[in-house]
Structures are given as C-alpha cells and as structure tokens.
Design a binder for this molecule. Structure first.
Ligand SMILES: Cc1cc2nc3c(=O)[nH]c(=O)nc-3n(C[C@H](O)[C@H](O)[C@H](O)COP(=O)(O)OP(=O)(O)OC[C@H]3O[C@@H](n4cnc5c(N)ncnc54)[C@H](O)[C@@H]3O)c2cc1C
Length: 469
C-alpha cells in the first residue's frame, strides 16, 4: 500500500515544520475504512488532515499515512427554517458561509481565514472574535459521526453522550475521523456589520477597552504594535463590530448575497494576489517597525473612533485580503505563539512577553489580542481571560534563539495558570506544553484513546509531542 508514488511533502501552514507522508484523499466512508485497514495491516500510523491551516505539526507525521479529508466536501442536508446543516468534514468555512448566507444565516464562530475545514475546526475547537460571548466552534455542533481506526462508525450527540462529544471535539484528531457534522447556524438579517475602530496608547488601555467593549459588541479584536518599548509598550488598535438589527439595512436582500461579500480584487489599486510581493521587501525588522508604526498612527488619527459598515466577510476574514500573505516570510516561514492567560494575570504576562521579545531582539511582526471564556471540551484551552498571538519570522541562524524565546514566554504562561493553542504552536517542548494542562486532561484522553483506538493508529507529530509518545 505504501507505494512511493503516494509520497508527498506535507507541511504545516507556517512552512516551518513538515515531513514526507503517504497521502491518501478518500471521498467516501468506504475509502476511509480501506485506508485504516491497510494502515493497521502494515502497522503504519495515520495522521488526519483537513485544510492544513494549522501552523505547526498538527496535521502531519513522518513515515505515516496522511489521510487528507479535503475531498469529503459535500453538503448533506440544509434546513433554511432552523439553520441546521449537515456537512462532510472537508467543507471549508468559505463554502459554508457562502451556502447559508442567502437564506439569512451565518456560522456563529469563524476563524480568521475562511480556508479552514469543518473537520479541522471541530478537531481544534476553534474560536472567533466573539469567543467570550458565543464560545467555540464545537459549542454550535449538535452531533457528528465518528469513524474509529477499526472502521466502526458511531454517531455522537452532544445531548446523549456529552462526555465523548466533548472529548472528541478539540482532541486534535487523536480519537477518530469526524465524517459528518451537524451544525447550528446563527440567524442574521443583514450581510453587514457596524464596526468601530479605537486606538489604545498602551497595553493596560488595550486590555481595559477590550473588556469594556465585550459587553456592548458582538465581536472584538485587538491588533498590537509589538515594536515600541516603555510607556508605549503594547499599544494597538481595537476593532469592534455588531450585527445590524432588522430594519437597519435598507437592502438586506442585496447584502445577503454571497457575491456582495466578496473581498475586493484590488487593494490600493493593486491586484490583491500581488500584494504579498509588495510587502515582502519590508519583511524585516526595520520594515515591519515602520509598517506597524504607520498602521498605528493612521488608526489613532484618521481612523480614531470611526464607525463604519462592512460586509461580514471583510470584518471576519481580514487575513484573506492578502492572498498567500505567508509568502512574505519565505524562505524561513513563520511561527505563531498564542497564549491564553487569566484576566488578572494577562497584563503582567503579556508585558513580560513583549519585553522578552525586545530583549531577544525578536519583536513580533504581528500581534493579535482576543477575549475568551472557558469551554467544556476535554482538551480545551479556553479560560476566562485574554489571548495574545504573536507572529515571528523564522530566519536561518536565529532559529535556536527564537525557540528559546518561545520557551521563556511559555514558562511564564504556565506559571500564571495559562494555556496554549495547539493549532498555532510549533515550538513549545512537549513537557512544558503538558505542564499547562489541567490535572487529568491527558490521562482521560489517553484512557478514551485506549478504548477507541487501542492500537494507537491515529498519531500526528503534535499528538506525539503533547501526549508524550
Ligand atoms: C491565517 C489563519 C488564521 C487563523 N485564525 C484562527 C482563528 O481566528 N481562531 C482559531 O481558533 N484558529 C485560527 N486558525 C487556526 C485554524 O483554525 C486551525 O488550525 C484549524 O484546525 C485549521 O483547520 P484545518 O481544516 O486546516 O485543519 P488541519 O490544520 O488540517 O488539522 C487540524 C487538526 O484537525 C485534525 N483533523 C482534521 N480533520 C479532521 C477530521 N475530519 N476528523 C478528526 N480530526 C481531524 C488534524 O489531525 C489536526 O490535528 C487560523 C489559521 C490560519 C492559517
């Protein structure tokens, strides 16, 4: 089965980690069962993969079968009255929102890119810019079908079997393949949001305004300029948004059309597909310092307090504005460090993180702040607090120093009772990552794995790192 013509390079989204794997792309349940059967017979592990948007090692493993589920992308059932939809796991969020929007629905939780798949979003229990209010992606899932490595199919319903449900959601593909998901969409009456931009001159203000805004707005996201030091450390811009109430949109039938949401083809009179080439020459410390500074000052002057309307797609998927933007980080790629810290410790920890970056002479090129709440999932990383996601370029010769910086920041997070996000991580040593889990999280996952996948067929590089294999 493991013929060489199946061998492909399978990389993390950040283009830092990757390995060759035997890639199979099943399109049916039978196809999945066959792959499992042959993997079991050949004693080869299977790593599940959705759209491959996890930054690090979550959807790959060396010398393994990689089961890529992107071809299982059918919409199986849709009820426009209730907003309940049944999907195969390879359906992307792009396909999902475009499908439901015209009937006045929207996915209640979306990621910063629309290229992620439903299976990957459940397996990582992803969050959006409304996490403290709407929870995670998994909280809007009613049931799913799970195929375990022995080929058995079971339907797991939130109400009937919450324990298994909450263990599979967020278990990064360790227990079985989600082959169908039933999701509840959110009713909307317009394809627009009202947004507001506010500047914060320092970290304390940024966190305070985020917390205040969360009770008034549906969505809140902060952008941090990670370059300034001293009093300006952690300054940034906040973007708030809310859905329009019935009657506020004069042309809802128009704004609810998927085509009306399309991101413009041109940005600053340039085709958006070419934008990353324009930014690439500035993807170094001095260049990024100026880009961040320019962004902050334009937001703090021209944009300050501005209230405006935007399509959902523009507000939700800002990162998709610049297709292939990660190419600015080539040839080394990028890593992201996203840590979740309880409310009362967040300011101090994030301050130390930004200072540690300066000390290591590796300021993050992009920083994003979000507000969160705890979730019910067994391997959940949610807590009542904030997360700060920091993007770093990986540059030859400085890699070891960058990994050391991540380790320093991660130790502080663990001491503060914080958590990490496996979908974004590539660099935290397994032992340190495990120290962030609650007492019996790993033991309970391993106990369930022993039941559902006793031969440990399902493995990924991330799984090995986090579960200590
Ligand atoms: C630009 C960008 C922005 C992002 N923004 C956000 C954000 O705002 N919020 C957030 O939470 N995350 C965000 N992410 C991270 C992303 O949402 C997660 O990595 C998500 O899991 C990616 O989905 P995927 O389909 O690409 O899954 P993959 O990365 O391919 O896989 C993720 C995990 O799911 C498992 N898996 C995949 N399919 C299945 C299946 N059918 N059954 C069981 N397990 C499966 C894999 O084994 C793997 O462990 C972002 C990523 C990018 C690149």
């Amino acid at each position: 089965m493991l013929s060489a013509d199946r061998l492909e390079w399978v990389g993390g989204w950040g283009e830092v980690l990757g390995d060759a794997g035997y890639v199979y792309r099943p399109s049916t349940l039978e196809g999945i069962r066959e792959i499992f059967g042959e993997a079991r017979a050949g004693e080869v592990p299977v790593a599940l993969r959705g759209a491959g948007c996890s930054y690090g090692d979550a959807a790959l493993r060396a010398e393994s079968v990689v089961m890529d589920l992107s071809r299982m992308d059918r919409i199986l059932a849709w009820d426009r009255e209730t907003g309940i939809i049944d999907l195969e796991p390879g359906v992307t969020l792009r396909r999902l929102w475009r499908f439901v929007l015209g009937d006045g629905w929207w996915p209640p939780v979306v990621t910063g890119t629309m290229e992620t798949s439903v299976g990957g979003c459940l397996a990582m229990n992803v969050h959006g810019k409304n996490n403290w209010a709407r929870g995670t992606f998994g909280e809007h899932c009613l049931e799913f079908d799970l195929v375990t490595a022995d080929g058995a199919l079971r339907t797991v319903r939130r109400n009937d079997d919450p324990e298994t449900f909450n263990a599979v959601v967020g278990s990064f593909g360790m227990l079985g393949v989600i082959t169908r998901a039933r999701l509840q969409m959110k009713k909307i009456t317009s394809g627009l949001v009202e947004a507001k931009a506010v500047a914060a001159p320092d970290l304390e203000t940024l966190l305070r305004l985020t917390d205040e805004a969360k009770d008034q707005w549906e969505y809140v996201v902060g952008w941090i300029d990670a370059f300034p030091k001293g009093r300006k450390l952690g300054r940034g811009l906040l973007h708030f948004a809310r859905h329009l109430e019935p009657g506020e949109d004069a042309e809802p039938a128009q704004t609810l059309r998927a085509e009306a949401q399309d991101l413009p083809e041109d940005v600053f009179m340039m085709p958006k597909s070419a934008m990353w080439r324009l930014i690439k020459p500035f993807t170094n410390r001095p260049g990024m310092k100026w880009i961040n500074r320019l962004k902050y000052f334009s937001g703090a002057t021209l944009g300050e307090g501005a209230v405006y309307r935007q399509t959902f797609a523009e507000f939700s998927f800002l990162l998709d504005y610049v297709p292939n933007w990660k190419r600015i980080y080539r040839p080394g790629g990028l890593i992201q460090h996203q840590s979740f810290v309880p409310v009362d410790k967040a300011e101090a920890v994030f301050r130390r993180q930004l200072e540690a970056c300066h000390k290591a002479r590796q300021p993050a090129f992009l920083g994003v702040l979000k507000r969160h709440r705890p979730d019910d999932c067994l391997m959940g990383h949610g807590l009542d607090g904030f997360s700060l996601a920091l993007d770093f370029p990986v540059v030859a010769g400085r890699r070891e120093r960058l990994w050391q910086l991540v380790r320093t920041m991660a130790e502080d997070v663990v001491d503060a009772g914080g958590r990490f996000y496996a979908a974004k991580d590539a660099a935290i040593p397994g032992e340190l990552y495990r120290a962030s889990f609650r007492e019996d999280q790993v033991e309970r996952l391993l106990a369930l794995k022993a039941e559902l996948d006793p031969c440990a067929v399902l493995r990924t590089a991330l799984g090995d790192r986090l579960l200590g294999n």
